[in-house]
Structure formats: structure tokens, C-alpha cells
Write a protein that binds this ligand. Structure first.
Ligand code: NAP
Length: 278
């Protein structure tokens, strides 16, 4: 029988503890979110983040700009938020329009307000094996989920599919820092299935249906980060859940697995940064 790694349940548990903690804080955390353009998915994500923050007692400010905002205007807004003592966390919703250099934008966020943990300071710390101010949200959420189900990482063979700065690279490094043997696969990887068959734990962050039951050894642990709409418009993950769950010992569902853990980590990071800033 496979165990479902229930991200919703753990998120709710984290929120309950976090709400009590925030209630006791004399200075409330304030999360500033910058949204550029009118991508419908980004708008929904930002709305959900604001609502979740406010339900927990976190102040949340959303700064919306049209897609034709100049890079300079955007960088100036970030600098203003960096200098504003009432703001304790800054998030720039990605993706940004093509004329804006996202790396310049991320580099401008003050590391101590970098709630996504993506600035060169925080990612540099992570890759040096040191402690950043906060860890990137999705990888942090994945590790919280594995820990909740007492899944050991030390000495395990982990295969990460995907090498983005947001998910693949930081989760690989965080696992390495916890003494896993990590293999990172991507679109140029040859014989993916031969590699995934060696894995005790598979983490797939691709954005298309890629992991089937023939690619796994029995009793492996499968974390599905992917989230996209399939041809029928249904929310889907990277993993063929029905067939893979017959083989895997543990599996995270989509929706209800890594997604809720990402938002839980965002709220945890917001509170951690508030404590550091104050
Ligand atoms: P991304 O930047 O598009 O990266 C996708 C990665 O998949 C790339 O490294 C790419 O390789 C690799 N890839 C593509 N086709 C492949 C193939 N056939 N075989 C092996 N690797 C392949 O995406 P991302 O931001 O990391 O997100 C990945 C997925 O996770 C998306 O569905 C996204 O929506 C989802 N996501 C979910 C959450 C959550 O909270 N649940 C959070 C973040 C992201 P190359 O580098 O060679 O191009």
C-alpha cells in the first residue's frame, strides 16, 4: 500500500502553529508582493498569497504594474521597499515581461527581505553549504514533507528531474547538504529511465507528464512538483499517479502535495524574515 504524502494536511498543521506564533508577535510581518502584467495564473497566485497571509495575521501589500513598466521603474520600486522599515519580506511574482531582466530584478531585492531565497546572496550561501536567511519555498516545502513522513535522506540515491533555479538546482543542493547522493537530469539527459531506476527518491519538476511506472524501482518515493493543465484542461502533475502509486512506497499527489507546501514555506519564510528584520 502506497502512502500519500499529504501536503494539505501538513500545510494546515503548519498554519495552525504559525497563526499562534504571529498572534503573539508585537510587530507583525509585512509581505510586499510585486505583480507586473496581467498573466491570469500570476494574478490568481498573488491573490491566494495575499488571502493566505492575511488569514494568518500577516500584513500583505500588492503592488500591481502594467506590463510596459520600465526595468528602471521596477528596480526603483524594489529599492524603495528595501529601504522601507515597515516591509519585512519582498516577493516579485515571476514570470516578468521579456524586456525586463529577471536576474537584475532578483539581484536588487535585499537578501534579508528575499522571501523566495533566490538572490545571489541566499543561493550562494545555500550552494556553499552555509545557512541562507531563508531557503527557496518549493524545495523547503519538499523537505518538510519528507521529514513529516520520517523519510530518511542521508545516504539515499535521489534523482531530481529538472534543473531550474526555482526548484531543480536548489532541491538538489539541499539534498546534497543532507548527505544524499544526488543525480540531476534535464532535457539533454540520455536514458532517463535507466537513471530513475536507481533512485530511492525521485523528485520530478518538469511541467509535463514524464514519470511512468516502468521508470521506477519498487518501493521508491516519488515527489511530483509539476503542475500544469492537461489536454482536457485538468490540473495535472509530471507523474502517472494511478500506475506509479501501485509501485511507489510513498507518493505526493497533484494537487494536494507540493503545492500547499510551497505556500506554507512562503508563510514560514515571511515570519522568519520578519524576526530577522526586527
Ligand atoms: P522550468 O524552469 O521550465 O524547468 C523545467 C525543467 O525540466 C528544465 O530543467 C528542463 O530541462 C527539464 N525538462 C524539460 N523536458 C524534459 C525532459 N523531457 N526530460 C528531462 N527533463 C526535462 O520549470 P520549473 O519552474 O522548475 O517548474 C517545473 C514544474 O513545476 C512546472 O510544472 C511548474 O508549474 C511546477 N512548479 C510547481 C510548484 C509547486 O508549488 N507545486 C512550484 C514551482 C514550480 P532543461 O534545463 O534542459 O531545459
Amino acid at each position: 500500500m502506497t502512502t500519500i504524502l499529504d501536503g494539505k494536511k501538513l500545510r494546515d498543521k503548519i498554519f495552525e502553529q504559525l497563526k499562534q506564533k504571529i498572534d503573539k508577535l508585537s510587530k507583525k510581518p509585512t509581505l510586499a508582493v510585486i505583480l507586473v502584467g496581467d498573466d491570469p495564473a500570476s494574478k490568481i497566485y498573488v491573490k491566494n498569497k495575499k488571502r493566505t497571509a492575511e488569514n494568518l495575521g500577516i500584513n500583505s501589500l500588492v503592488f500591481e504594474y502594467p506590463s510596459h513598466i520600465t526595468q528602471e521603474e521596477l528596480l526603483n520600486k524594489i529599492k524603495e521597499l528595501n529601504n522601507d522599515k515597515t516591509i519585512t519580506a519582498i516577493l516579485v511574482q515571476l514570470p516578468l515581461p521579456d524586456h525586463i531582466d529577471k536576474y537584475k530584478v532578483i539581484d536588487t531585492i535585499s537578501p534579508i527581505k528575499d522571501v523566495d531565497g533566490l538572490t545571489p546572496f541566499n543561493s550562494g550561501k545555500l550552494f556553499a553549504g552555509e545557512k541562507p536567511y531563508v531557503y527557496p519555498c518549493t524545495p523547503k516545502g519538499i523537505l518538510l514533507l519528507l521529514d513529516e513522513y520520517n523519510i530518511k535522506i542521508d545516504g539515499k540515491n535521489v534523482v531530481v528531474i529538472g534543473r531550474s533555479n526555482l526548484v531543480g538546482k536548489p532541491i538538489a543542493q539541499m539534498l546534497l547538504n543532507r548527505n544524499a547522493t544526488v543525480t540531476v537530469c534535464h532535457s539533454h539527459t540520455k536514458n532517463l529511465a535507466e537513471i530513475t531506476k536507481t533512485a530511492d527518491i525521485i523528485i520530478s519538476a518538469v511541467g509535463k507528464k514524464i514519470v511512468g511506472e516502468k521508470m521506477l524501482k519498487s518501493n521508491c518515493i516519488v515527489i511530483d512538483v509539476g503542475i500544469f493543465r492537461d489536454d482536457n484542461g485538468k490540473i495535472s502533475g509530471d507523474v502517472d499517479f494511478d500506475n506509479v502509486s501501485k509501485i511507489a512506497s510513498h507518493i505526493s499527489p497533484v494537487p494536494g502535495g507540493v503545492g500547499p507546501m510551497t505556500i506554507a514555506s512562503l508563510m514560514l519564510n515571511t515570519v522568519e524574515l520578519s524576526e530577522l528584520n526586527h
